[in-house]
Design a protein around this ligand. Structure first.
Ligand code: GLU
Length: 457
């Protein structure tokens, strides 16, 4: 069977690096197993879901290097969920309940005071036809609960019912169905909660592996029971740990913090995001991995730790820096062109500066330094100024190449007796206005003799 995974966000906001982690785990898993990746939008909540968010999520996935084989929207599949509801009703495992939230809360408190687990007591199963008719006459609409298979003969007496699965991340997992309330699948107004549509889609779309956050572990117990109630074999599950900030807070789609869009706008490379999102909270070292297929080689669901994965966004810059260091011009070319870095000097400039910058756009700073007069005179004391003036008088004639620097500084050394930092630092300041940066041997021919002479202090 073809390995088939899905990434199933609700399109209610921009995805953040934690959501990207789930998407990437699925994508890498599919890559490793030559499988298929379905992009599924869990948009049954019509009020909160928006097409513009779905579009933005697709854009973010493409930017990261994820190209879904299929895209689905739950909002276009209500007939499928309605059909499943009818099947569950016919099987007697979906039952109407008329309690209001206040009544449920009161019952919960009573159960707690009796030292009973605060789960739903299935009182609705005991309603007589007259009682139901009375509720309906009052205008009450039922919500519908799934009867969990956690009892022998009498649903009012649940017994410990262990439901186990081999989780590809967490190993052996067990949920006791008697510790759970029968889940509401359909609300009073007829709208669906996530639980049922997700199972119907996983069945009908041939999903073989559900890889998602560990906030869904308990759901999985319920959903395995639902798969079986619908006559299907459950897929394989994997629940990965969630990313938190360094201070331990969860990430939220709503706040926009660490959204993929904001990282992109900030100049972070997709593979920096992917490397951090995938390798954090695993037994692998966090380092910049250059391509998705290398990352797939490094990815092993069983190596993902069970506890929450704290991650430090500051690492993104470090990873970015190392990715740029190794980035060929061909890969940066188009983005540099958009920034105005074009023409003959673009490639040598890129090769000169890529090891000294954190973001592609930082190349523009060096582009200006080689092409435009320096904005202010370098900060040199009188002695160094005299030294630099003399040194500039020794600049060789053109044509210049990367050996010119060596030739020039050998002559300067000879003439002045200076060496090391004393020799180079004042020259660097005069040439670039900065005390550090890329190799001067690379920059010198890019600045050119005429502009160099204009920089003679
Ligand atoms: N819409 C659900 C979520 O974003 C999907 C969970 C799942 O993958 O089943 O949490």
């Amino acid at each position: 069977m073809t390995v088939t995974v899905r990434f199933a966000p609700s399109p209610t906001g921009n995805i953040h690096i934690g959501n990207a982690r789930t998407a990437l785990f699925n994508w890498l898993f599919a890559m490793k197993h030559k499988g298929r990746f379905i992009q599924r939008f869990d948009d049954t909540d019509l009020a909160r879901s928006k097409q513009e968010y779905a579009n933005a999520i697709l854009y973010d996935l493409h930017w990261l290097g994820i190209y879904p084989d299929q895209t689905e929207y739950q909002s276009r599949r209500f007939d499928r969920y309605d059909a499943a509801v009818e099947r569950l009703k016919a099987a007697g495992v979906l039952y109407p309940c008329y309690e209001t939230p206040e009544e449920l809360e009161l019952r919960r408190k009573i159960r707690l005071s009796q030292k009973l687990p605060p789960v739903y007591g299935r009182e609705a199963l005991a309603l007589t036809p007259d009682e139901v008719a009375a509720f309906e006459a009052e205008g009450r609409k039922p919500h519908w609960r799934f009867l969990l298979p956690n009892f022998a003969d009498d649903p009012a007496n649940p017994v410990r019912t262990e439901l186990s699965w081999q989780d590809i991340v967490r190993g052996d997992e067990t949920v006791d169905l008697a510790s759970l309330s029968d889940p509401v699948l359909v609300r009073e107004d007829g709208t669906y909660l996530y639980t049922l549509p997700s199972v119907v889609d996983d069945i009908e779309m041939g999903v073989t592996h559900v890889i998602r956050g560990d906030d869904h572990v308990t759901n999985t117990g319920v959903q395995i029971a639902l798969f079986r109630a619908l006559g299907a074999e459950p897929p394989t599950f994997g629940h990965h740990n969630l990313l938190t900030t360094v201070s331990g807070e969860g990430l939220s789609k709503r706040t926009g913090a660490l959204s993929i869009a904001s990282l992109r706008d900030d100049g972070i490379e997709p593979m920096a995001v992917a490397s951090l999102a995938v390798l954090t909270g695993t037994s692998e070292n966090i380092e910049a991995v250059g391509t998705m297929s290398e990352l797939a080689d490094r990815f092993d669901p069983a190596a993902v730790s069970k506890s929450a994965a704290k991650f430090d966004p500051a690492e993104l810059l470090t990873l970015n820096h190392s990715l740029l260091h190794a980035m060929p011009f061909s890969e940066a070319q188009d983005r540099l062109a958009v920034l105005g870095v074009t023409g003959d000097k673009a490639e040598p400039l890129w090769l000169a500066v890529r090891g000294n910058i954190d973001k592609v756009q930082d190349a523009v700073t060096w582009w200006r330094i080689i092409n435009e007069p320096l904005p202010e005179a370098p900060d040199l004391d009188d002695e160094d100024r005299e030294y630099v003036r003399g040194a500039f008088d020794l600049l060789p004639e053109e044509p210049w190449d990367r050996s010119t620097w060596q030739q020039w500084t050998a002559a300067v050394k000879e003439a002045t007796g200076r060496k090391g930092k004393q020799l180079f630092l004042p020259l660097r300041l005069a040439m670039t206005g900065r005390s550090s940066g890329p190799e001067l041997a690379e920059l010198l021919p890019l600045i050119g003799r005429e502009e160099m002479l204009a920089r003679r202090p």
